[in-house]
Design a protein around this ligand. Structure first.
Ligand code: NFE
Length: 498
């Protein structure tokens, strides 16, 4: 196995590149001489992403005054789903991304069950939560140790952690050594989380048992006990290693509680049903606007997608529930990105663990790079604790599945949360086939380009005011981008069939 494979097969492409830079000096602006710093590709994100920032001197400091993100690869998932047997959809959508397959599978299952007004048995709801929870934990561990830590720790420069930048590394030498051990332990924990997911998931990643109607495996007592053992290991790692490590990094980088702030518009679609009706969730649905703690309701009908700056035509209604946003326009002059720009009532919204934890009332800190790290670790702890409770609620003697029949015609919406944030799947069935399918992913929200009003996407806005110390190693830009844990494999979207 190659070193890059050993580190993370989920984000392999990121490890074979080092970020490359272009520095264009001498662009005259109203405030003097601005410079454009481009990072392409951004390493340690899944998929292809590039960032251009404009840096100017403001009050004697070099700071980012503008930013543009570009999803540089095209994905064609919805095209593939057209005309398929709807019951195959959860298996197919799990292949959108190997980092968050259960989120896509469960969103598909929810859309299919909604289309038939079907409710799965209690055991199925709980087992789905357990499989999804295991994938959430591995994803949060992946983000901190494998995708972000190298931005903060001066770890030994050995493959694949090299070539590396060494500027502004405040945790070095003997202080860095425990983090290197944690990094190695995190690989083991992620493997165990995948094995934990496979106990009820059949396999992982991309569990094979996520079907409309319930699950295809039973919660036998031996499996429950096995799951408990894996979960205990995950809980220990979160409490004894992950949370303390995050807090140590936060202590060394206090200034990053003021960096990467952005709009402070937060959105969660809610996840982990704690009752069969789906009305009550461990992490609730809601919104907060402009830093307010006032909780606003979410109306899925007003979720919209703008494509002014994406390579799609604007001839069709910009809403997933209206089945798409037109066809591809490769030569569109003002389009820097394959990523669309989702908006809630015209607002760009940040999604992810910080949004969920604040909306749920579980995190009272601010919105910043370090708040994202802390909220993610606390969320992993909250989910792991809930999983212990869910295990005790399984009843081996009861059903895990009821007969599900695909309706001849119908439509359904599956709204959930992936580790990186709000996820929506829209399904239309005609003649028992998939007539149309639309996916709106978390990274589409966070890494969106500008919209029809020229408003920046959430990561673009969060980059504003980021100080840049060294133009040839703009690690500050990378830290802000990584704090959102973008996944471009999920977020590049294609369009409706026909
Ligand atoms: Ni490709 Fe995913 C998550 C989803 S991000 S990892 O979490 O959906 O857009």
């Amino acid at each position: 196995m190659s070193e890059s494979k050993l580190i993370c097969w989920n984000c392999d492409p990121g490890h074979i590149f080092r970020e490359r830079f272009r520095l264009n000096k001498g662009m005259a602006t109203y405030s003097g001489i601005a410079q454009t710093v481009s990072v392409e590709p951004v390493e340690r994100v899944e998929g292809s992403l590039s960032v251009d920032v404009t840096v100017e001197s403001v009050n004697g400091r070099q700071v980012v005054t503008d930013a543009r993100l570009d999803g540089t690869a095209f994905g064609g998932n919805e095209k593939i789903l057209a005309c398929k047997n709807p019951e195959d959809i959860p298996d197919l959508t799990q292949r959108i991304c190997v980092t968050c397959p259960t989120a896509h599978g469960l969103a598909s299952v929810a859309a299919l069950e909604k289309a038939a007004a079907f409710t799965a048995p209690t055991n199925a709801r709980i087992m789905r939560n357990l499989v999804h929870g295991a994938i959430f934990i591995q994803s949060h561990v992946l983000h901190f140790y494998l995708l972000s830590l190298q931005d903060y720790i001066d770890a030994p420069s050995i493959p694949p952690r090299q070539p590396a930048w060494h500027g502004d590394k405040r945790i070095t030498g003997s202080e860095a050594e425990p983090f290197v051990r944690s990094y190695t332990a995190a690989l083991e924990v992620r493997r165990k989380c995948q094995e934990m997911a496979a106990i009820f998931g059949g396999k992982a990643p991309s569990p094979s048992i996520l079907i409309p109607g319930g699950l295809t495996t039973a919660p036998r007592t031996q499996r429950i006990e096995e799951f408990k053992t894996y979960l205990a290991d995950a809980v220990s790692f979160i409490q004894d290693t992950y949370l303390p490590d995050v807090l140590k990094v936060a202590k060394a980088y206090q200034d990053y509680f003021e960096i990467g702030v952005g709009y402070k518009n937060l959105l969660s679609l809610g996840v982990f049903d704690v009752e069969d009706s789906g009305l009550t969730k461990l992490l609730k649905r809601g919104r907060q606007s402009a830093g307010s703690t006032y909780l606003e309701a979410v109306d899925p009908m007003v979720l919209g997608e703008k494509v002014t700056h994406s390579w799609y035509s604007t001839t069709i209604a910009n809403r997933p529930q209206a089945w798409g946003t037109g066809s591809l326009v490769f030569a569109k002059k003002e389009a820097p990105s394959w990523t669309k720009a989702p908006r809630y009532q015209k607002q760009p919204c940040e999604v992810g663990a910080l949004a969920r934890m604040k909306i749920n009332g579980d995190y009272s800190g601010g919105v910043s790079v370090m708040d994202r790290f802390i909220a993610r670790a606390l969320e992993a702890q909250k989910i792991a604790q809930a999983m212990r409770e869910w295990l005790s609620q399984l009843t081996p003697a009861q059903a895990v599945r009821r007969l599900y029949t695909v309706p001849v015609t119908g439509s359904g919406v599956g709204l959930t949360e992936a580790p990186r944030g709000a996820l929506g799947h829209w399904l239309r069935i005609s003649d028992k086939k998939t007539a149309n399918y639309q996916v709106l992913t978390p990274t589409c929200w966070n890494a969106s380009p500008r919209d029809d009003q020229d408003r920046r996407g959430p990561i673009e806005q969060a980059l504003i005011n980021t100080p840049i110390a060294n133009f040839s190693e703009p690690v500050e830009v990378i830290r802000v981008v990584h704090s959102f844990d973008p996944c471009l494999a999920c977020s590049v979207r294609t369009v409706r069939r026909g």
